[in-house]
Design a binder for this molecule. Sequence first.
Ligand code: SF4
Ligand code: SF4
Length: 183
Amino acid sequence: MRKTLKEALRVGVATKKYPFAPIKVPEDMRGKPEYNKSQCICCAACAVACPPNAIQVFPDIINGSIKWQIDLGRCIFCGRCEEACPTRAIWLGPEFELAVMTRDDLLEDANFELAQCEQCGKYYAPKKQVEYLSKLYETIHPGGKGADAVQVAAAHDIHICTECKAKNDGLRRSESLYDEGGR
Ligand code: SF4
Ligand code: SF4
């Protein structure tokens, strides 16, 4: 008995008071994904990277909107979304208590506008993503400075849909073939 008491005093309190008191989590804890809509450009990189499809995007090309959604009930806390996000709009935080009353309470979503193709007018990509890419290009080549023909074409294509881009690519290719072979 004396030996046990001595050992208990040496070890001290070996248990935690949680859940009656908050528990300290490790600094690099991979808890609930935290999301900041104002940082998000709805590029869907997180949705592509997410192994269990916990993140999805739902475009509505009739009404020109797109919904970004995360289902925390499917999340496996792997952190792939955080790694893939170009704008730090999603990251794994310290929160781990995810008990809710209904399944729907585990859903979080955000709505964005789609941009229209400057050539055909079709809705084709999230407006914020188009603006982000435009700004990025302007940072690298202010006013087009230092950009070659391919980079200028790529900058133009930020504002058009994939179908129009494919048509333009075909035209560009035939023009450069004509240049090489005919003149
Ligand atoms: S942590 Fe993993 S499973 Fe959860 S949303 Fe991010 S990518 Fe998906
Ligand atoms: S990767 Fe980041 S910016 Fe892109 S949709 Fe996901 S959270 Fe938004």
